[in-house]
Design a protein around this ligand. Sequence first.
Ligand code: NAD
Length: 557
Amino acid sequence: MPDRKKHHVIAHGHSDTFPRGVDLLNDPYLNKGTAFTDDERDVLGLRGLLPPNVNTEEEQVVRALENIRQYKTDLEKYISLIALQDMNRTLFYRVLIDNLEEMMPIIYTPTVGKACQEYAHIFSRPRGLFITVDDKGRMADTLRNWPYDDIRIIVITDGERILGLGDLGADGMGIPVGKLSLYTACAGIDPSMSLPMTMDVGTNNETLLKDPLYIGKRHHRLSRPEYDELFDEFITAAKEVFPNAVTQLEDFGNTNAFRLLKKYRNRVCLFDDDIQGTGAVALAGIYSALRITDRPLKDQKILFLGAGEAGIGIADLIVSAMQDEGLSENDACSKCWFVDSHGLVVSCRSDLAEHKVPYAHDYEHLSDFLSAVTDLKPTAIIGVSGQPGKFDSDVLQAMAACNERPIIFALSNPTSKAECTAEAAYMHTEGRAIFASGSPFAPVTCHGKTFVPGQGNNAYIFPGVGLGAIACNAAVVPDEMFFVAAKVLAHEVSREDLDKGLIFPPLSRIRDVSAKIAASVAGVAYKRGLARVPEPENLTESIKKLMYDPLYRRYID
Ligand code: NAD
């Protein structure tokens, strides 16, 4: 039997505070399950608490995959993956990273949408931090209850616009949890440095309010002054308790998202993924598509269905990119057109929210999307309306009639909300569409060719942007960071990818792509004097060194 005294516990340096026995098995960051070696079991009080056979991490991955894959529905797979995350973070991230294409649609869109819809009913244990009106006046204390103090990234939602599924109140917590898993999987953010949060301000979803198992506050959404006061206290407390954290706003309703971004973007290190991240991933997709059509961005006319956070976020970044190609801001805006729930966004309308005004052109009002397509003859249509099927056969055929290679992005999530399926896009354009969706679609064979639809997944952007902001401890996150991120992402698409119809790089390369995005984002911070730590000699290499790799460490020497 190994001699206890011969070994020292080396993890975390402090043998007296290092957990032992069941406490160690219950710590998801330290637990290795059956991979604890015989001598670790002796020293750490684990003998007898684990089955005798010691496994390697690789063997555990095989078992975990077998376990997950036996489930018939994606929701069951989600529940089993989350249970693994609760039990053993290292193994969870190993499984996720090595099987990203298979697992991403489960821990994120579309399955996470279903999980949020069922959240109260599949709830088994809390994840993330909830704040409510009850925390007013003691917000910092509530934040301090989180068991880790070196938080570098916070993803917070108020649950008002969960994917395209609407107001899910506190049940939206699945989204920050899922997004932060992607931060770790795609950009190597250490999971103990991330904090998922829900600001539960109530819900206007009557079904939830009547659900006896609903997990949130059972009242309607707070009035604007109460809401603003709570959010402001959160920002102040987060700055005090987690001074090095980047805050990502996630799935807020569009009125609050635009307001909060405008109010805080130049004061703290904060961004809104639905506005800015979506802008960057869509711009990267357009850049790639233009490598296929061989036309410059400034010659494009882009028609959006949906003028909310995603649509305006994309258009704003396209306008910056067109200005970069020499257009004036006005000329660039004139290339972006919107149809919202009241028809074409034009200057004679009196019902326009502030964010739509720059895109309200002098033109007759058209009430439907098909008329706008046939009249305006756009080179690209982008669906961000949450309205399934709106890119119907007539719309797709009209796009095919006026473009040799029509660009069709159906970005609404989850899959059930996509404006058209990949199959419809290729079918009704004689296979000429350059297509991307928000949620994944399987490859499609039609007109004698197999097409691999691109997924305009924000996961190509936000993890790299977050990593870059963390690496240089950026004071703020300007739009320029998203612009450079889009350029890097587009640059990473190979000619071979484009030939297959792929306008984003394969997910298997995402960690490398995220590191490059992070380096260019941090580069912006250094150039603009926004970094709060000195610039390292080799930025990309130092960023790669920061990235967490889920490998077991030995806890004794
Ligand atoms: P939002 O609520 O801010 O905006 C929705 C917009 O759609 C509004 O302008 C609304 O007027 C418009 N709309 C609603 N019904 C319409 C109709 N019948 N016809 C025309 N327009 C209509 O939401 P958002 O944040 O902009 O998100 C919209 C969708 O985009 C969601 O499904 C979301 O999941 C998806 N999205 C995808 C990605 C991605 O794929 N990368 C990123 C962000 C958002």
